[in-house]
Structures are given as structure tokens and as C-alpha cells.
Design a protein around this ligand. Structure first.
Ligand SMILES: [Zn+2]
Length: 332
């Protein structure tokens, strides 16, 4: 449903996806209103000294974080994205104990802001010629992109997300190392709209367009039960990331949303149940072999060391007797 007074829909219909228009409001950028916004907020880049770390796009291009900027008008940058970043900076600096009670829509907006920016970059960055052409921009991708844009617009247009929320969000306590460079990790899958970010003692993993399906699976089915009892080692965080990303990738429905603007100009987002009228399960079957390949990428450990047919996939979360396993990040 897209009523005529829908300010987000109007931008979507008329917008140009390029470097010359604001990523958020779609206005044409010129010398007077242009500003550049880092994809990873500066407070993170600064605190963890990430300027030279690299982001790899689906098209094979790698960019150092300091150069990963998105086109944004001054007004959106100052009033909306900047404000969101400042709030999040404050929350993250407070550390896990306070952060774990964060308002979910706020966290969601911030993760959307990062992931949408990356999707945007995927679209406007020329492909690395050494990289073989892959068909990544399919119809579903654009639908996903549109929804991501709609969600991100909630930083600009007052939005009420009805429950159940359109996303699944997980927050973990992670260990901090004396070596600052080990205190950051980032992973994303722009196709299934999943994102994971670890900074200091906070680890966040989310599926941004699953209508809560991954969360509803439960921690037992995801294999992350008892992780709340642990402060996770970086490799354990990579494992929970792989588990959640893999589960989100098994969803075989396209999530649907209804947006309705109320007379006061507020946007209402209602996530429609994934199950719908069909009785087929929402998730495809979990396959250890496939999961192990993804785990191998997130943990950067060879697949052969992780997966032994018949014996399942190696886990870093539990010891031999099945108890939660604490792995210290720094040697004592
Ligand atoms: Zn703007």
C-alpha cells in the first residue's frame, strides 16, 4: 500500500542512485549542500583506528574505510545520520552492560544506515576489472534495496515499527583485547541483509529483513544457547555470526511489509507473517556442509579443519562435554 502522501515512496520513485544525489532525501548535491559521510561512523574509525582496514564489495572492489564515503546532503548528515551516529557513539561507549538494553528500533536504524550505504556503494562503484562478472543485481536485490531504503528513511520521517518487528537482533558480550586492532570485526551479506559488527565488548548480529523469523527459531535451534553466559572470544563471535547469517539465508520467502502513513505524517510499518498461507516451512533444511563453508569464511579457517562428514561441524562455543567454553582473548 502506497498512499499518495507517502514521502518515502515519492523519493523512491523519482530518485537517482548515483554520487550526485543524497542517499537519504534524494536531493541533487552541489557545492553548497554536499557533505560526505563515512560508512563506518567516524567515532568507530577513530576509537579503533580502522582507517586503513578494508571493505570488500560484492563486485570485487576493496576500499579502505577512510575512503568509504557516501553521498549525503548537509542537512541529512547533520540532522539525521549525524544525530543517529552521535546517539550510537554514546551508547557504545557506555559498554555492553548498558548497551544490551538498547531500544531495538534505534539499533536497527543504525545497522540499516550502514548496510544501506554498502548496498548503495555496490551500485555506484565500478566493478574491479580483474573480477569476473557476477550477476548480483537481480530483481530481488532491488526489492531488498527498496525496503532497506524505506527502513532507513525512518531516521528522517517519523516511523512506528509495529510488532513483531521486521528484524532479528542479537547482542553479545565480547572480550576486549589489549591489542586494539583485535577489537573490531565486521561482516555483512547484502543479499540476505545480514550484518555483524563487533566493537570492544559489544557484538551485534542482525537479520534486517526477516520479519523476526531467525529470532523466532530460538537460541537452541541456532546453536547459540548459553552464549549469554560467556564473554565471547573473536572466533566465537565469528561462529555466532555464521550461525545467524546461515539461518537467515535459509529463509525461502520474500519478506513483505505494509506501509501506511497516518494523518499526522507518521509512517507505520507492519511486517507480514513470513509463513503466509502456505504450509511449507519458512526455512530450508540446515546443511552442515553448507554451513561449514560459511563458517570457514567468517572464521578464516580452512573448511577441511571445520567439517568432518559424519561428525558434524566444529564448534568453538562448547567444550567436549557440551558446556559453554570460555576462551581468553589474550594469553595470561
Ligand atoms: Zn539529504
Amino acid at each position: 500500500m502506497k498512499p499518495r502522501s507517502d514521502p518515502v515512496g515519492e523519493i523512491l520513485e523519482s530518485r537517482s542512485l548515483d554520487k550526485k544525489h543524497c542517499i537519504l532525501c534524494g536531493i541533487k548535491l552541489g557545492a553548497k549542500n554536499r557533505s560526505r559521510e563515512h560508512i563506518f561512523p567516524k567515532f568507530l574509525l577513530r576509537a579503533l583506528n580502522l582507517w586503513e582496514q578494508k571493505l570488500t564489495l560484492l563486485n570485487g572492489t576493496t576500499l579502505p574505510y577512510r575512503r568509504v564515503v557516501i553521498p549525503c546532503c548537509r542537512r541529512c548528515n547533520n540532522q539525521h545520520i549525524g544525530r543517529l551516529d552521535r546517539t550510537m557513539a554514546q551508547k557504545m561507549r557506555a559498554g555492553y552492560t548498558k548497551f544490551k538494553n538498547i531500544n531495538e528500533p534505534l539499533m536497527f536504524q543504525w545497522l540499516s544506515r550502514i548496510l544501506y550505504s554498502i548496498l548503495y556503494l555496490e551500485l555506484i562503484t565500478p566493478r574491479d576489472p580483474r573480477f569476473s562478472r557476477r550477476k548480483i543485481l537481480k530483481k530481488d536485490f532491488f526489492r531488498t534495496l527498496e525496503t532497506a531504503f524505506l527502513f532507513l528513511s525512518s531516521v528522517r520521517v517519523k516511523t512506528h515499527f509495529h510488532k513483531p518487528f521486521p528484524w532479528s537482533l542479537f547482542i553479545f558480550k565480547t572480550q576486549q583485547s589489549a591489542d586494539v586492532r583485535r577489537n573490531f570485526d565486521f561482516a555483512d551479506n547484502p543479499l540476505s541483509l545480514t550484518i555483524a559488527l563487533r566493537a570492544n565488548d559489544i557484538g551485534v548480529v542482525a537479520a534486517l529483513q526477516d520479519n523476526g523469523a531467525v529470532k523466532a527459531l530460538g537460541e537452541g535451534a541456532l546453536g547459540i544457547r548459553d552464549t549469554k553466559k560467556l564473554a565471547l572470544h573473536p572466533i566465537q563471535f565469528s561462529e555466532v555470526t555464521a550461525r545467524i547469517f546461515y539461518a537467515a539465508g535459509l529463509i525461502n520467502r520474500v519478506p513483505k511489509y505494509m506501509t501506511v502513513s497516518s494523518p499526522d505524517g507518521k509512517m507505520n510499518v507492519v511486517a507480514l507473517p513470513l509463513q503466509g498461507l502456505s504450509s511449507t516451512p519458512v526455512f530450508n533444511a540446515w546443511r552442515d556442509e553448507e554451513y561449514a563453508r560459511l563458517l570457514s569464511r567468517t572464521c578464516r579457517i580452512p573448511y577441511e579443519q571445520l567439517y568432518h562428514p559424519g561428525r558434524g561441524v566444529l564448534t568453538f562455543l562448547r567444550d567436549e562435554s557440551g558446556r559453554p567454553k570460555y576462551i581468553p582473548v589474550d594469553d595470561a
